[in-house]
Ligand binder design. Structure first.
Ligand SMILES: [Zn+2]
Length: 213
């Protein structure tokens, strides 16, 4: 067993306050060492809690605060005082760290994935609206808005990407395709932007023409 686990399983707050020279009364109360306590206001049991100042914790917290030690130093002090043996190998430290970094990696990926899906869903919605807003009013009308053409072609593609990310791809496949899909969305967003600017540009041209006439 590791140091902290060993100490927590074997030593209570009562044990350590007694070690520090306090004598809990029949109600397991002592004068709190963390504030100017005239009458016993700290309850000690498995853990300690002070009704006066709110100080609380377990055996390790008490020793750390009382002697001004780090939690690790406090746990070591207790282990030595109570002659507890514990697993001191560095191996398990490394395993612990690896687990922590794996967890962070997972959280970071979950975040990226959420953003990707949100972005896809945003473009999906935008293209869907463009498709209906710029649809040619007349079937015979051959003069289609470039925005409609764009929405028509990209919507199906984005629809496919969205389904792929949401339902089809495994986590690993999605990780592998992440950069590619992000680039595709940037490309589509740029295309929308360029097309809209182009239309604004030509509108300005038309207005100028109109004024000239
Ligand atoms: Zn107190």
């Amino acid at each position: 067993m590791k140091l902290f686990e060993t100490v927590k399983n074997n030593v209570t707050a009562i044990d350590v306050v007694s070690m520090a020279g306090f004598k809990p009364n029949r109600s397991k109360m002592i004068c709190c060492p963390f504030h100017n306590d005239k009458h016993p206001s700290m309850k000690v049991d498995q853990r300690y809690f002070c009704f006066g100042c709110g100080a609380k914790g377990d055996a390790i917290d008490f020793v750390a605060n009382y002697y001004g030690l780090s939690l690790k130093e406090a746990a070591e002090k207790i282990a030595s005082k109570f002659s507890l043996s514990y697993d001191n190998s560095r191996d398990s430290d490394c395993v612990q760290k690896e687990v922590v970094s794996k967890k962070n990696e997972y959280q970071m990926w979950a975040e990226k994935k959420r953003e990707l899906i949100a972005q896809l869903s945003g473009i999906h919605e935008r293209l869907r609206k463009m498709k209906s807003k710029y649809a040619p009013k007349d079937r015979e009308d051959s003069n289609w808005s470039p925005l409609f053409v764009l929405a028509e072609t990209e919507f199906t593609y984005v629809d496919y990407l969205y389904d792929y990310c949401m339902f089809e791809a495994t986590e690993d496949e999605l990780k592998g395709k992440y950069e590619e899909i992000t680039k595709e969305m940037e490309r589509i967003e740029k295309r929308i932007y360029d097309t809209e600017s182009g239309i604004r540009g030509s509108d300005v041209g038309k207005i100028r023409e109109g004024l000239a006439v």
